[in-house]
Design a protein around this ligand. Structure first.
Ligand SMILES: N[C@@H](CCC(=O)N[C@@H](CS)C(=O)NCC(=O)O)C(=O)O
Length: 233
């Protein structure tokens, strides 16, 4: 396998025909999207040895061998082959929660504090990702311009930024306790407001947090992995 990165723990490699995973390591199947970024950021933060298998989403996500790893045929998928039996997971929020609780990092120990981390992670999974995804779809991907949808998801996108900005005006990080999986899940989605045509001059607290999280060395390493040339399939 070509090792494309000297600076990252993660190695970006093309999907192999059997969608096999790396023995004794964590393998993430991902592409260069916010949902793909999340587990890679956390793995870099945790310093766990991992490989990233790049899926271009050109149809191979529906391959039955991939669907066995990710039942909805979506990235990211993760296999933790460090234990006696490989553990296969889909849904990025579940991956973050599993890795963080397994390592005892980026989630608070106290149950009440942890519940707040969970709530902000759920807000990302249920609202930030799906609605900003619809915003992009109707701005950039829809075969025709649908003014109602452009307006509806524009309003929702601004509301999401407002909710996050309010929270980040009260707390340094989303869960109110420290940098956590809630920040890791949310940051890749909201870091580029121009994509959603959201004017962040109204949201200074969110802008401060986007910058602070983006300066974390592990976040930089994870994102640079996705900046590399994509390995040929
Ligand atoms: N809730 C899922 C969303 C996953 C998702 O929507 N992945 C997209 C890329 S960001 C995908 O794989 N799309 C391919 C397809 O729908 O065929 C998660 O967070 O893991």
């Amino acid at each position: 396998m070509p090792q494309l990165s000297e600076s990252c723990l993660g190695v970006l490699r093309p999907a192999n025909p059997s969608f096999s995973f790396s023995p004794g390591k964590v393998t993430v199947y991902a592409t260069n999207t916010p949902n793909g970024h999340k587990p890679v950021i956390l793995l870099e933060e945790l310093g766990i040895d991992y490989d990233v298998v790049y899926l271009p989403l050109a149809g191979e996500q529906h391959d039955p061998r991939f669907v066995r790893l990710s039942p909805a045929g979506k990235i990211p998928a993760l296999v933790d082959a460090r234990g006696p039996e490989p553990l296969s997971l889909f849904e990025s929020g579940a991956m973050l929660w599993y890795l963080a609780t397994h390592e005892g990092r980026f989630v608070p120990n106290d149950a009440r504090a942890r519940a707040q981390t969970h709530a902000w992670l759920m807000y990302q999974m249920s609202t930030v990702g799906p609605y900003l995804g619809q915003r992009v779809h109707f701005l950039l991907d829809a075969p025709e311009r649908v003014p109602y949808a452009v307006q509806r998801y524009g309003k929702i996108a601004r509301e999401i930024y407002r909710v996050l900005d309010t929270r980040l005006g009260e707390h340094e990080y989303l869960d109110g306790h420290g940098f956590s999986v809630a920040d890791i899940a949310t940051w890749p989605w909201v870091r580029r407001p121009e994509v959603f045509e959201v004017d962040t001059s109204e949201f200074p607290h969110l802008s401060r947090w986007v910058e602070v999280v983006g300066r974390r060395p592990a976040v930089g390493r994870a994102m640079s992995l996705f900046d590399q040339p994509r390995p040929a399939l």
